[in-house]
Design a binder for this molecule. Structure first.
Ligand code: HEC
Length: 218
């Protein structure tokens, strides 16, 4: 995913043209079929990768999870500009996405279980303070008490709190995205909303009922 080999459609809600997500739109599959570097897979191996892309790569195995549990982390703008930009400038000036100034995929820059272990905090922190000291001696944080370090850390903590409230598909109390709920109601798979009821939705059971609704029963 971090190298863009798999097209998962995770960031789109609907109305995607045919064959724009999944194995038919994934570079990984292209490379396999075009025998990249003369590598030739057996039919079974090709099928394994293809089925993995279409079932495993979206990971939650239900489209109910699309658009939920995303982590819109942005480092503190002022701190980033003052302390990081000189060495981690976005690679493409036309699309100045801050994440492109790093080798690491954006999702791996932050650690939402243990915010203080986030790579984005440990890389510029001195080794003597428990960091990795990767960013040169002059500009690294000497201590975790630096107010700028604290600002970056608070940014990660805020996202963690946000996720703890919003919930991901694999967390207790997860709620599917509203489009999924609306459409499943429209198809009659989910019952209409009941006032005041604390509704929990088993999305996997709902998915199964949805697919079953297409079964031909003479
Ligand atoms: C003086 C230049 C410099 C500054 C300023 C700097 N870095 Fe770095 N940074 C580096 C170098 C050099 C490396 C190690 C080489 C590499 O892996 O790219 C690195 C590595 C990293 C990495 C891991 C590698 C990667 O690209 O994913 C992260 C994350 C990082 N720095 C974050 C920061 C943050 C956040 C700041 C600001 C608080 C910062 N750096 C400031 C030079 C700098």
């Amino acid at each position: 995913m971090s190298r863009g080999y798999v097209s998962h459609g995770r960031d789109a809600n609907s109305n995607i043209a045919p064959r724009k997500i999944g194995s038919s739109a994934s570079r990984l599959m292209d490379n396999i079929l075009k025998r990249h570097k003369d590598v030739n897979l057996t039919q079974r191996e090709k099928d394994t990768v293809r089925l993995w892309i279409d079932s495993g790569a979206p990971y939650p195995a239900t489209y109910a999870a699309l658009g939920t549990g995303m982590v819109p982390f942005r480092p503190d703008k002022d701190v980033f500009k003052r302390l990081c930009l000189a060495c981690h400038a976005p690679r493409d000036e036309k699309k100045p996405k801050w994440t492109t100034g790093f080798k690491t995929h954006a999702d791996l820059l932050v650690n939402l279980t243990h915010p203080e272990r986030s790579l984005i905090l440990r890389a510029p922190l001195a080794r003597s303070a428990g960091g990795l000291g990767l960013c040169g001696k002059k500009l690294t944080f000497d201590t975790t008490e630096s107010p700028d370090y604290q600002k970056l850390l608070n940014g990660v903590r805020t996202i963690k709190q946000w996720l703890d409230t919003a919930r991901r598909f694999d967390m207790d109390g997860f709620r599917p995205n509203k489009h999924y709920v609306r459409e499943m109601r429209r198809y009659g798979i989910l019952p209409p909303p009941q006032d005041g009821a604390d509704e929990t939705i088993d999305v996997y059971a709902t998915d199964r009922a949805y697919w079953r609704s297409f079964w031909y029963v003479p």
